[in-house]
Ligand binder design. Structure first.
Ligand code: SF4
Length: 234
């Protein structure tokens, strides 16, 4: 019988813990181990395959009422080994048609931000809290979020980024499980999601309406960047 996604995810975490431990020994001058780190790496479960399996698990999902009016499920896209993950709230009209996250006007702005950070869109992973478009682009409702959120949880578990940037209030509140968080007061301050730093910032759709706040998102993005490129902080 094949290994389950959860088993592979656990294996991945064990291998990473072991790798960190070995790196720590090396830092203390212990150079030789009866273990080949490259061999370890080759044993790591394939994250692309794990994401594919998750996509198969989701299938033609009808677990919540958002399934009724969607055209396509928008699973998420990008590098499965990305150090940085962007998470929005839900697909919009263009995303629903193309089955890709952040491809409308807001997506163009997000892509510009990613490029300004010195990255390519294909370097990062982009997903949403719910995978189907809410009718008339309304906010996703609590029951829809609670039904769908396990999928983005599993994507984070598989990709294990070094930093997450949440885009907008719904993404932050949903990931942190705290409906009291207000983006205007908490943006720019790190949160913690299962030991991964989370930087909340504005949703690009908000920035299209309020371009004067773009610099704030750029400042937030730079803080997130410092987590993956410490030299940026100098
Ligand atoms: S939003 Fe999520 S849970 Fe609801 S139907 Fe779509 S994939 Fe399934």
């Amino acid at each position: 019988m094949g290994r389950t996604l959860n088993q592979e995810s656990t294996d991945l975490n064990i291998f990473r813990d072991l790798k960190s431990m070995l790196a720590c020994y090396q830092a203390f001058g212990i150079e030789n181990f009866p273990v080949n780190l490259e061999a370890f790496k080759s044993q790591l479960p394939d994250r692309d395959l794990m994401l594919e399996e998750l996509r198969k698990d989701i299938g033609e999902c009808t677990r919540c009422k958002l399934s009724k009016q969607r055209t396509n499920i928008v699973f998420g896209e990008g590098s499965s080994s990305s150090k940085i993950m962007f998470i929005g709230e839900a697909p919009g009209r263009e995303e629903d048609i193309q089955s890709r996250p952040f491809v409308g006007e807001a997506g163009v702005l997000l892509t510009r931000l990613i490029e300004k950070m010195g990255l390519k869109r294909s370097d990062v992973y982009i997903g949403n809290i719910v995978k189907c478009r809410p009718p008339e682009n309304r906010e996703p409702e609590d029951d829809e979020i609670s039904t769908c959120i396990s999928f983005i949880d599993r994507q984070i578990e598989i990709i294990r980024p070094e930093v997450i940037i949440t885009l907008g209030r719904i993404a932050l509140q949903s990931l942190m499980k705290n409906p009291a968080l207000k983006i205007t007061t908490v943006r720019g301050k790190f949160f913690d999601y299962k030991s991964i730093p989370v930087m909340p910032t504005f949703h690009p759709a908000y920035l299209l309406r309020n371009p004067g706040d773009k610099w704030k998102t750029w400042a937030d993005a730079q803080k997130a960047l410092e987590k993956i490129r410490p030299e940026v902080a100098k």
